[in-house]
Write a protein that binds this ligand. Structure first.
Ligand code: F6P
Length: 548
């Protein structure tokens, strides 16, 4: 059962929706010339423009009342005070400590964790510098030109997304590769053409037990030993994990092993040693800027009043659409090719955190939780799924992300990119009425019958909400800010829904069943009659296909 105060606040929002539901966003703009300015917030040069939403001042007041009913500020306090917010795994969630530049201690069970964080970061930065300047080389003395990060989920998506986002900052001559899938094609295709003598593998796994990562790591190890000999493992592998004993067994030298702590969730771990590949690629100095961007957002999240708090508003707008308007998905469209993996990164962050039907106290959820998060960069999406965004039967709120200026890219291209982004936000909001369509077609000289036939297809309902994140340039600091904004958005939503955002039991059943099935897939003589009939049928058919 959800808290009665929260349910009452949601009921008030529901009644409010009935009251204002007929208002169109475009009309709200027309009635209020100051709307765009009023519904905009700044964090440094980052503008969060939330004016193109189905909201009035009264809506915002209701949403803030909901946040208060859910005790969001108190829950935020508990998060930052290292309370045991991850109640099913009995630990705090303290990724913010990894980017803490406040000079203040962070106490876990009465002990300041900051000295450990600084020490590990020093070790990581030292190693990153040695790889970058060629002090640390491969077994045959070659400088490393290629780094292959082997990990999955948070141990892959973060560094992979960020390395792409910050590609202009990557050291010249250094190439980063990411292998995640247990599909052998992933490793094979990545290693194709690589000179192993100048390749460094980083095994990234919080638990160092994840099937995909361990399988890929063993295969990579076998490749290195077959080409360069067993002794080369020490030179060609580094590891990032919380389980240092397991890493030791793999044969990686202690000085190339980088730890972190169980209070860092996998999907929040890019700020930790999991960022090793990124720190090597963009330099410790730029990695520090990235951390500072995250810290700025922590500061903002903790100090800005709720109605001026960007992640709080992002979260409340999401709840408005999910719980009151019943919209089931949310698109994130970066007008930035280098943010191509950002939507995938956010999928894990949001859907693994809040994709739950049970509240933190074990009760069934009385309301909908995380929407489906998805997206692709613009302008590519415009030529694919934007049709549905504009004219489909579902309304899908959109986050547009765009820089004022590109880094290391043509500015003429960027002017087109930027204009497209703004055009889409406006088109979604404004739409095009039947009367407008008819007038246009008539101007083009079409006959009345043709107009009548074509007009319905050319109508855009409009009134489709979006936020715009506009910033100067996508540099390490800005990327840090963007990620931390979404992290806190997810946290605020979990606080309102009463969810533990930091566990992920929903990934376990499939893993367990997979282990049970392996013997049947491995050995075609194993009797499948006691398996689930559907699964048995598929295994039998596979056997038939292979037998030919
Ligand atoms: O299966 C889900 C998950 O546990 C994620 O939460 C995590 O990011 C990923 O697997 C990888 O885990 P690890 O870093 O322990 O290999």
């Amino acid at each position: 059962m959800a808290d009665t105060e929260v349910m009452a606040a949601l009921a008030a929002l529901e009644a409010h929706r009935v009251e204002i539901g007929h208002h169109r966003i475009a009309d709200l703009f027309a009635a209020d010339p100051g709307r765009a300015q009023r519904l905009s917030l700044y964090l440094g040069d980052l503008l969060f423009d939330y004016s193109r939403h189905r909201i009035t001042d009264a809506t915002l007041a209701h949403l803030i009342a909901l946040a208060r009913a859910a005790h969001v500020e108190e829950q935020r306090g508990a998060l930052f005070a290292a309370e045991c917010v991850n109640n099913t795994e009995h630990r705090p969630a303290l990724h913010m400590a990894l980017r803490n530049f406040s000079g203040k201690p962070v106490l876990v069970d009465g002990r300041d964790v900051m000295p450990d964080i600084f020490a590990m970061r020093d070790k990581l930065y030292g190693f990153a510098r040695q790889v970058r300047d060629g002090t640390f080389r491969g077994a045959t003395g070659k400088i490393f030109t290629d780094i292959v990060n082997i990990g999955i989920g948070g141990s892959d998506l973060g560094p992979a997304m960020a390395a792409r986002a910050l590609s202009p900052f990557v050291k010249k001559g250094l190439k980063l590769h990411f292998v995640s899938n247990v599909d052998g094609a992933d490793l094979a295709d990545t290693l194709e053409g690589l000179d192993l003598a100048s390749t460094l593998f980083i095994i990234s796994s919080k638990t160092f037990t994840t099937q995909e990562t361990m399988t890929n790591a063993q295969s990579a190890r076998a490749r290195i030993t077959s080409v360069l000999g067993e002794a080369a493992v020490g030179n060609h592998f580094a590891a990032v994990s919380t389980k240092l004993d397991l890493v030791g067994k793999f044969g990686i030298r202690e000085e190339r092993v980088f730890g972190f702590w169980d209070w860092v969730g996998g999907r929040y771990s890019l700020w930790s040693s999991i960022g090793l590949a990124l720190a090597i690629a963009i330099s410790p100095e730029h990695f520090d800027d990235f951390l500072r961007g995250g810290h700025e957002v922590d500061d903002h999240f903790c100090t800005a009043p709720l109605h001026e708090n960007i992640p709080v508003l992002m979260a409340l707008l999401g709840i408005w659409y999910r719980n009151v308007w019943d919209f089931g998905s949310h698109a994130v469209i970066p007008y930035d090719q280098r943010l191509a993996r950002f939507p995938a990164y956010l999928q894990q962050l949001d859907m693994e955190s809040n994709g739950k039907s049970v509240a933190r106290n074990g009760a069934s959820m009385a309301m909908a939780t995380a929407p489906v998060i998805w997206g692709e960069p613009g302008t590519n999406g415009q030529h694919a799924f934007f049709q549905l965004l504009h004219q489909g039967t579902d309304v899908i709120p959109v986050d547009f992300l765009v820089a004022a200026e590109p880094i290391a890219a043509d500015s003429h291209h960027h002017q087109m990119l930027f204009s497209n982004c703004l055009a889409q936000a406006e088109a979604l909001m404004r739409g095009r009425s039947r009367t407008e369509v008819q007038a246009l077609l008539s101007k083009q000289g079409l006959k009345q019958t043709a107009i009548a036939e074509l007009a319905p297809h050319k109508v855009f309902p409009g009134n489709r909400p979006s936020s715009v994140f506009l910033y100067h340039r996508l540099d390490p600091r800005m990327l840090g800010r963007l990620i931390a904004l979404y992290e806190h958005k997810v946290f605020v939503q979990s606080a309102v829904w009463g969810i533990n955002a930091f566990d992920q039991w929903g990934v376990e059943l499939g893993k367990e069943l997979c282990s049970g099935l392996m013997p049947f897939v491995d050995d075609d003589q194993t009797d499948t009659s006691r398996l689930d009939p559907g699964t048995a049928g598929l295994i039998e058919y596979r056997r038939k296909l292979i037998a030919g």
